[in-house]
Ligand binder design. Structure first.
Ligand code: MG
Length: 248
């Protein structure tokens, strides 16, 4: 019995600034049926309130209180310790922690914009790691796609620093099991009572399966049939789009 639905945002509810047909109605249906709903995104370029604004503009009934992002998890994890943050300005509202640029307990790596991490910044982080600072990564994606094509993503620089320092980063966000388990706990359901709906076969579907959730793959957004087949990963349900999501 599904008591909570976790919805990936980009590719499931909208693509860019275009809402997916039936997305708002589908979320309304879930609310009306008394099912707990969470918006789950790996975005590390926008704060939760910006994401909530976008959803509101698109007419999708998911507020800031329904959203889960890696930044809030990282903030909890850091707690009273200190960190040096490499993130976009917009994200700072979700990551208010005590900062130290000289001897931080943690380095936090997020998307910094442009073409990514320049060599002098990598060097700076490397020296911190060699002095005992631990590395936290908002995600570890290999590459991403924007209007002009493929680009290196955060995972590239995280991996480089892991290689050089011999240390492993603690990675937040999808597909980490901890992210899914944290959300289920916050919603007050067991993983088996939760359904993850996503367009990314690895990050959304495999990650959620490994955490014990039920899964539904939508054929919108980045969905690509031959790539899905190559991975061998089987979602519990395949939906044409979010429009077809009905919980019995
Ligand atoms: Mg997606």
């Amino acid at each position: 019995m599904v008591q909570a639905v976790l919805l990936d945002l980009d590719g499931v509810l909208y693509v860019g600034n275009q809402v997916i047909n039936g997305a708002a109605q589908a979320v309304h249906r879930l609310h009306d049926a008394g099912i707990k709903v969470a918006g789950v995104t790996n975005t590390t370029t926008q704060a939760k309130h910006s994401v909530a604004q976008k959803l509101q503009k698109l007419g999708i009934p998911l507020g800031e209180q329904h959203l889960f992002t890696p930044a809030s998890l990282v903030k909890n994890y850091i707690g009273n310790k200190t960190a040096r943050l490499y993130i976009r300005d917009d994200l700072r509202t979700d990551l208010q922690v005590t900062q130290s640029n000289t001897k931080p307990d943690y380095i936090v790596m997020g998307d910094i914009g442009g073409l990514g991490y320049p060599p002098q910044v990598l060097h700076e982080i490397f020296l911190h790691l060699m002095q005992g600072t631990d590395l936290l990564a908002l995600h570890k994606n290999r590459f991403w796609k924007k209007e002009d094509g493929l680009h290196l993503d955060l995972g590239t620089w995280v991996a480089a620093l892991e290689y050089a320092s011999g240390k492993q980063a603690k990675v937040f966000g999808k597909p980490s099991q901890g992210f899914f388990l944290h959300i289920c706990q916050q919603l007050g359901v067991s993983p088996a009572q939760a359904l993850m709906v996503g367009d990314d076969i690895e990050s959304d579907i495999l990650g959620a399966q490994q955490a014990g959730l039920q899964t539904a793959l939508v054929q919108t957004g980045k969905y690509n049939a031959s790539f899905v087949q190559q991975t061998g990963i089987q979602p519990d349900t395949l939906l044409q789009s979010i429009d077809k999501l009905y919980i019995k």
